[in-house]
Structure formats: structure tokens, C-alpha cells
Design a protein around this ligand. Structure first.
Ligand code: PCA
Length: 215
């Protein structure tokens, strides 16, 4: 049991989905956990790629671990950098079926909820830290409209209620996936997630540093 003063960080990855047999988000989260030596108590979990299950899974994890910081991670094939997400939106619009065969189109995550939530992680500081570790990183202004965005949205709704710090980070494909597009080796993704956890534990202000794009 961790000392009472030690904060708890919940870091999640996702199971494989679509055509892939692995998901580098969960592979990286597990590798980070295996080599984690503090400063916080790091708890990890693998989430299903199933729209109907995310809310209950997250609620159970939050109730069990009472984390101070929650960081979701997922795979974004086609991206070449590790990308902390700035905003979660209240939309489900699935290009492919989830792992239970559901494919919601243009449905709200929460009909009563706000249009969007902003990450409360220091996204600019995270980008700077990952780049300083020699790994490509950039702020992303869309987490998509699939289950990653849904988990991010649900997480931020809970965070707004319960007062913990939370956000989401997408990672690129790894070479093992055989993806026809940009990839990043798993050890670089692990190094980036280590920075994400360290920077997220620091509750100080974010950097004000240009990180946007025209489109
Ligand atoms: N990526 C998908 C879902 C699970 C994952 O790892 C997404 O970006 O929504």
C-alpha cells in the first residue's frame, strides 16, 4: 500500500480494435508500469473498445483507486507524433464498428452534458517535455469521435464532479502493426508516457507557448 501522501495516477490504454492484433497504447502503458519507480503510485488498466462499456468501466476504476490524476491513452494510426489532446467533444460518430459491433452515428455521449470539456493536464508542458526527451510531440485539437474521445469526455465529466486532474494522449502506430504510414518505436512511446505522467503530477501552470495550427 502506498503511503497516504503519495498521489495516485490512473493510466489507461485500450485493447486492440479494427484490423489490429495489438494496441500500442496498452503495450506502452504496461511497459511503463513495469519500470515505474515513482514518485507516484501508478495504477494501470486496459479499457475495452466498446462504447456501451466505457462509462461503467471508468466509474469502477475511479471508485476503486480514487486517483488524483487520470490519463487515458489510445492509438491514433496515421499520426507521427505523441499528441496530448486539448478537447473532448460530446459526439459519437464511428467510422468503423466498435468491438461489440456498435457503430453510433451523430449521437451525443451525454444528451444532458456540455458540448465539450478541455483537458486539465498541462498539454503544452507535456509537449515540451516529450520533445526534450527526443520524441516527436504536438498538441492535438481533436481526439476524434470514436471510443477514445468518448473515454476522454466521460473522464472529464467525472473530473469536473470529483475534482481530479485528467486528460488524454493519443500515440502513433508502432512498426510491429505493419501499418502503411508513420510509426514510432514502442520504447519512444513509453519514454513519452513517462514524461506525460511526470508533467501531469506537477499541478503548476501550463506553459504559454505556440502550439496551434491553421487546420
Ligand atoms: N484508439 C481509438 C479507440 C481505441 C484506440 O486505441 C480511438 O482513437 O478512438
Amino acid at each position: 500500500m502506498a503511503p497516504a501522501t503519495e498521489p495516485t495516477v490512473l493510466l489507461t490504454g485500450f485493447e486492440p480494435f479494427g484490423e489490429d492484433s495489438r494496441n500500442p497504447s496498452w503495450d506502452a502503458v504496461q511497459q511503463l508500469a513495469a519500470t515505474w519507480d515513482g514518485p507516484a503510485n501508478l495504477v494501470v488498466a486496459c479499457l475495452p473498445v466498446v462504447f456501451a462499456e466505457e462509462r461503467a468501466r471508468l466509474a469502477a476504476l475511479l471508485q476503486e483507486h480514487h486517483p488524483d490524476v487520470v490519463i487515458g491513452t489510445g492509438l491514433a494510426s496515421g499520426r507521427s507524433a505523441v499528441t496530448p489532446e486539448r478537447v473532448a467533444i460530446n459526439v459519437q460518430d464511428a467510422r468503423i464498428p466498435d468491438n461489440a459491433g456498435a457503430q453510433p452515428v451523430d449521437e451525443p455521449i451525454d444528451p444532458e452534458g456540455p458540448a465539450a470539456f478541455f483537458s486539465t493536464l498541462p498539454v503544452k508542458r507535456i509537449v515540451r517535455g516529450i520533445r526534450d526527451a527526443g520524441v516527436p510531440a504536438a498538441v492535438s485539437n481533436t481526439a476524434g469521435t470514436f471510443t477514445c474521445n468518448q473515454v476522454f469526455y466521460e473522464l472529464m465529466a467525472s473530473a469536473a464532479r470529483d475534482g481530479f486532474r485528467a486528460g488524454f494522449v493519443h500515440v502513433p502506430a508502432t512498426p510491429e502493426l505493419g501499418f502503411d504510414g508513420p510509426t514510432l518505436p514502442l520504447d519512444q512511446i513509453v519514454a513519452a508516457l513517462r514524461v506525460v505522467v511526470h508533467e501531469s503530477l506537477d499541478g503548476g501552470p501550463d506553459l504559454v507557448e505556440q502550439g496551434g495550427a491553421e487546420h
